[in-house]
Every structure is written in structure tokens, then in C-alpha cells.
Design a protein around this ligand. Sequence first.
Ligand code: F6R
Length: 612
Amino acid sequence: MCGIVAYVGPKQAYPILINGLKRLEYRGYDSAGVALLEEELLVYKTKGKVSDLEEHVQNANLGGTIGIAHTRWATHGEPNQVNAHPHFSQSKEIALIHNGIIENYALLKQELQTRGYVFQSSTDTEVLTNLIEDIKLNEGVSLFEAVRIALNQVTGAYAIVVMDKNDPNTLIAARKGSPLVIGIGQNDYFVASDATPIIEYTKNVVYLDDEEVALIRRDKDLKIKTIRNQEKTPYIQKLEMNLTALEKGGYEHFMLKEIYEQPTSIMDSMRGRIHLEQGTVTLGGIIEYEQKLLNANRIIIVACGTSWHAGLVGEYLFEDIARIPVEVEYASEFRYRNPVIYERDVVIAISQSGETADTLAAIELAKSKGATILGICNVVGSSIARATHAGTYTHAGPEIGVASTKAFTAQVTVLTLMALRLAQLRGTIGRSRFMQLITELSLIPEKVEQTLKVSKKVIEIAEKFKDVRNFLYLGRGYNFPVALEGALKLKEISYIHAEGYPAAEMKHGPIALIDEEMPVVVIATNKGTYDKVVSNIQEVKARKGQVIAIVTEGDKEVKHLADYVIEIPETEEMFVPLLATVPLQKLAYHIAVMRNCNVDQPRNLAKSVTVE
Ligand code: F6R
């Protein structure tokens, strides 16, 4: 969602800001803009991509060593130039960029209108800009104070950066609910929605907390206060990310690079956590909460999208080997449906970005009921990582492609480790079975490497089906979440309608869709309900559907029935999702490329969904 970059220091701001916006493109957006201050406070903005903005400002004055820049993902008002950020205040003395939603903007707007303010855009952001100006003028306070006071009148979520024509040395930044990071350079400051625009300049960062306002001045120390006027000491952290992780590294798209990174990202998510010699699994981040997990009545997993699919695999794992009841909830439903939450519940929040607004809200709700909250996040220092009592990072490295790939397999890896650890503590599986499982799990990166070699077959299938309008994905048991995830990947990047279903549910409705036009992807690996899935394939074939089957190497039965077969290596049933997902990611990728879709930035989607 919206991306924020700001700079103050000795260098020219424009190149840093544009470069930063390009780093944030992966978040998803529909317009872009920049404000620079030299003698004048100048704002340039345009609908479209950052490259459109660059074209738009080709002959403009781009001087200045202070500036703010923004990519907007439309919420209030259509994506056009007027609604793009930065927004000027009425006097054009204040410029502001914003990520989030000001929920009471309509009321505030009415009040400002009665005081003579005229609005150019339909955004909530322009309302906040004028509110700050109004307070600054009427109360005769500094910009910092005006922002602080204004934010006390606002409900909703925000990450903002504000600058004032009359003060070329100062930026004000504040956040609530939407992320904001301040980078501290040698003698300059950077502000951004996440660390990706900052990493090439400095590794020293301060993550603002909710309701904190930062006073960022050229050549002066950083000052932070809460909106209730309490001083805070900035806590400086070191970034561990490196720059190469943010480049495509020779791949055509980030998504493809990330698909191919999975042997490494899965390995990194297991590193130091499986101890084959001692026969144990340890998860340092949650070690102090193991007793809570052991005493838990049940586990509730909250997440959205792909992370929710990983949670579903988690449910099967925890119940299967650790024999503890699990509920998997869409965070957006959980937060509003008055759920029953006990103090002895353990809630596991899963999120790649660590910024998903619904997941954050679900955490806050569960926390208020006294439950223990553990996180599984990819982005270090993210809001969810900080809002949970404890957690385990996935260590998948930055995921830039909007469609989640390596984060999913890393989440499933961490859930597997958690389930194994819990099973060991609860004594629900014997030692030799435990050893068998952790030995096999440690071979998974190699098997993913092998699975990645299926390209030729996948490309042939993509070629054949790239123009269809619908796809059905079927799986049972551990492979049901894989079917959901395969369908989600296809629809988000190729815009082909795809549905994931438990294979046995097909006859309760979706079977009506099947004819010779309908490709049906079936995950039919050789364990668990294999025979039943074979029957489901027969049902599809009897109605002339076209079957693309994911099978275990050496499979004979499905090979005779299916039109296309993709083989994956033999493994334990519970680890199949880690392998079977990979060819489905590749299928979606190749179909999207063949349809000329923007694979890394699909239309309407945002990488980090910071509004509900
Ligand atoms: C799908 C996808 C989304 C995210 C969802 C949750 O490819 O990326 O469905 O999984 O928006 O995001 P996180 O994991 O960041 O909470």
C-alpha cells in the first residue's frame, strides 16, 4: 500500500526520493508524487507509475536538500493527479504525505469548511493537512506541536511526513497503525514506510511506535514525543537486510527469483532450529512461552490471504502430531465477530509483512482478552512482530513480488517446527517417529531444488491453458490448503478466475462447472487420501474435464488418468505442501507472463495491506 519516503541532509533530495519510491513500488500503488523545498515548496504528482512521475518532472526545478515523496494506493477518491500525494495545505505552506485512513475525516472536513477552507481533492489526507495548518495558525504553535495536537483529534490509521515552506531544515513524522522507519545517516535522516529505501544509505534505524511524533532536524538529534506530549528516547536498531536481496539478480521478475530462492529460504527458516544429533527442535524466540503453549486449551491462528493458507497447513500439523485443537481464522472476520477467547488460548498471528491491519487488530483484540500472542513474521521489527508477546521470524529475506511465494513455504516450515516442538514436549509422538520427521524435514530444501526442475512441463501446461477463463484446484488433507494457495496465485497475477476446493466437496457444487473447457489441477500425491483423490479425478474425467495432476515421483495410477502430470519427490505427507506448492507457483507465473501481466505488481493489489 502507500509508500512513504522523505529525506533531509546535505545531499540533493530528489534522486534519493525517486530511488526510494522505486524500492517501494512492490507495495502496490496507482499514483506518485514528490515535494521539494529550495526557495519554493514545489509539489509534483501524477497518476501512474514512478516512471510516469520521472517523465512528468523532466523539465522541472528539482533542487533542494529536503523533500517528501509518496506512492498512493487509492482509498478515498479515485487514483488521479489531484488525489495523489503530497497534499498542500490551503496556504500552500505545508505539504504532507500519508499512508492510512483518517476515519473521522468527513466531520473534520465540515468543520474546516465552515472556517473557510476549500478542498481540491476528495482525500482524507488533505483534511489532515488543513487541520494541521489551522491549528498552527490559530494556536500560534510550531509545526511539530500543530501535528501533535492535530493527531489527537484524528481517529484511524496514519503514517505521515510533513514539511513546512518556512522551515527548510525540518521534517515531522508520525505513525499510528501504519508503519514508519527513520534512518539515521552520517549527517542526514531518511524516513520510509519500510527499510528498503533506507538500506543503501544507513543501517541505523528507529521504528516509530504508534502515536509517536518525531521531530527530524538537519544537523540536530532526533526527538520523539507521544501525541499526548510525553518525551520518548529513540531506540536505534541495526538493519540486518542487505542490498542484493532487493535486486532481481538476473531474473526477469522478483516473483521468479523468489520462487527459486525457496531451497535457501526454507533452509534459512530451519537453520539452527533442528538439531539432528541431539534429536530436538528449538525455537529461541518463543522458548519462554513454551509452557503457555503446553498449557493452552487450544491454538487460534489468525492471518490473511496466503498467510491464512499457511495457517491452515499449521492446523493440520498441530492437530495431527501435537494433538492440540486449532482454529484458523481470517483476521478480518475474527476481529469483528465477537469471538470467544480464553486466557489459556494461544493465538498465533502469521504475516509476511508484519503490517497487515486486520491481523494487527485481531492481535489487539486477543490481547485485550488476556490470551498469549505469538507471531510468525518475515519482516524484522514490523508492527506485528512488535505487537506480539513473542515470536519466530521466518528468515525468508525480503519478499518483493506482490504474490507471496517464499514467505508461504517459510511460514509452513516454521509452523512445522513449532508443531514438532510441541509434539515433543507433549509426548504425542515417539522418539523414533520424531527423528524420522526431523531428518526428512532437513532434506526438504534439496527436494524443493529438485521440484524446481519441472519447468519444461509447467511451461507446456501454461501454453496450453493460458487463455482459459476458469481453473479449479482440488486437494485433500494437507493438500487442500495447497489447492487454495495454487488458485490464489493464479488469480492474483494472471487474472484468470480460479477456485480452490477440498476435492471431496467438488460433488457438492463445483462439479456443475466441469466440461471439456475446464482445467482441473489436482494435488494427488501418494499418501493419505490418495485413493479417494483418484476417484475424484475419475469424476472429473467422466465429465470431460482436463486434469493437471501433481503426483509423487513414480506414480502410475494417476498418470493413466490425467492429461498432464507434474512429478514431485517422495516425502512425508505433512511435508508435501512444501513441495507441491512450488509447481503451482511456477504455473501461475508462466501463465501470467504469457498473458503479458505485470507479475510483480498485479493490478489493484498491495504487498502490505495497512488498511482494513
Ligand atoms: C497473496 C498475498 C496476500 C497476503 C495477505 C497477507 O499472494 O500476498 O494474500 O498473503 O495480504 O499479508 P501478510 O502475510 O503480509 O500479512
